[in-house]
Write a protein that binds this ligand. Structure first.
Ligand code: PHE
Length: 373
């Protein structure tokens, strides 16, 4: 292997020969480099500060040279340095290029392998039910409105004719946002307990006539069990025009129930109370599980508790006191009338899909949710 020898002759011819010998050794060694490890050894042999060929050239040729030869030798040593660096670098590039072409020769894409599986999701059963209910009313010409889940006392209660401190508020098990005490009562924030506040918000924004459905999330301070959840979903409806009667309410809802549960279901209305409707009613549908008989074979029908009827929604004629709050936008209670209704979508989903625990809807277990794929 090449090694740097002391110079004895400093003539140009002798220097030329020494340089030529060095460079041909450099090229010959570079050509044998075949791996990363070999390249490192090659680099170190030529460029290491301690005992590298360049260092030896510097010591044995330049430093040892007589004064009058130093200039000439210094210049040649510099050229050698550049040449060595270039060769070391180009050898490394050859290594890298070689490695990637070697990889290309072996690593092929096997197009027969199965691709990456991206499972298709399923519409959540509650969302699916919300969409089905909304769809029935869209077909009747209703449009869809939404409103905030964090609501003010004014929209959730006051403008719906729940006066401050009225006992009807107690039925709503409200979750209040903390630290609202410094605000006027009507501005205090809470989690809306029903979708009814969107009735008022919509009437503030749109003039009559109006036909809207409002799907959305609501909250109540109910401890979770098989049929209760502190968060659940409602679909609200509101129709306002110049001549809306309780007959319109009954006809609309009877049609909607037949569209949702099948044409053989019957509806039944019972008096009820809501501050924002007068008169108010609860609507029952005949049990679409047992067909209204209260029995499934010889077993009692659980969904209707053997009564043959299922309570499905609250409804009524819009109370004139509610119109008073939006009178300025064309809702003069002497000129317009309307009906409203609100139903629990989760409960309807439970009945439609035979789910026995509302909690299953919100636990996010894919084994449960996959069933709607
Ligand atoms: N908002 C009422 C509730 O949550 C339901 C309802 C809506 C009743 C519209 C009458 C009219 O219980």
């Amino acid at each position: 292997m090449y090694s740097v020898a002391k110079l004895t002759d400093y003539s140009a011819a002798a220097l030329d020969a020494a340089v030529r010998e060095l460079l041909s050794a450099l090229d010959a060694e570079a050509a044998t480099v075949k791996s990363d490890a070999e390249w490192k050894a090659f680099r170190d042999r030529w460029m290491a500060r301690k005992n590298g060929v360049l260092t030896l050239v510097n010591d044995l040729w330049l430093k040892a040279a007589p004064k009058d030869a130093k200039r000439d030798i210094g210049q040649r040593v510099n050229e050698l340095k550049t040449q060595v660096e270039q060769t070391v670098e180009s050898t490394q590039q050859r290594m890298q290029g070689g490695a990637s072409s070697a990889r290309l020769a072996t690593d092929r894409v096997d197009i027969t392998l199965p691709g990456i599986r991206r499972p298709v999701g399923a519409e959540h059963p509650v969302i699916k039910t919300l969409n089905e209910i909304v769809g029935v009313f869209r077909n009747l010409g209703y449009s869809v409105q939404e409103g905030p889940v964090i609501e003010t006392d004014y929209y959730n209660f006051e403008a719906l004719n729940f006066p401050p401190n009225h006992p009807a508020r107690d039925t709503q098990d409200t979750l209040f946002v903390a630290k609202q005490g410094s605000k006027p009562a009507r501005e205090r924030l809470l989690l809306r307990t029903h979708t009814s506040p969107v009735q008022v918000r919509t009437m503030e924004a749109m003039k009559p006539p109006l036909r809207i459905v409002i799907p959305g999330k609501v909250h109540r301070n109910d401890p979770p069990d098989a049929s209760h959840s502190p968060m659940f979903h409602q679909v609200e409806g509101l129709a306002v025009d110049t001549n809306i009667t309780f007959g319109d309410l009954k006809g609309t809802l009877d049609h909607a129930m037949k569209a949702l549960f099948g044409s053989s279901v019957k509806t039944h209305f019972r008096p009820s109370f809501f501050p924002f409707t007068e008169p108010s009613a609860e609507m029952m549908v005949s049990c679409f599980i047992c067909g209204g008989s209260g029995k499934r074979g010889s077993e009692p029908c659980r969904p209707c508790k053997t009564t043959g009827w299922i309570e499905i929604l609250g409804c009524g004629m819009v109370d004139p006191n509610v119109f008073e709050f939006v009178k300025g936008n064309g809702y003069d209670p002497k000129k317009v009338s309307g009906f409203a209704f609100g139903m629990g979508a989760d409960r309807i989903a439970i009945l439609k899909y035979g789910v026995d625990d509302i909690q299953l809807f919100f636990q996010g277990d894919v084994r449960f949710l996959e069933q709607w794929r």
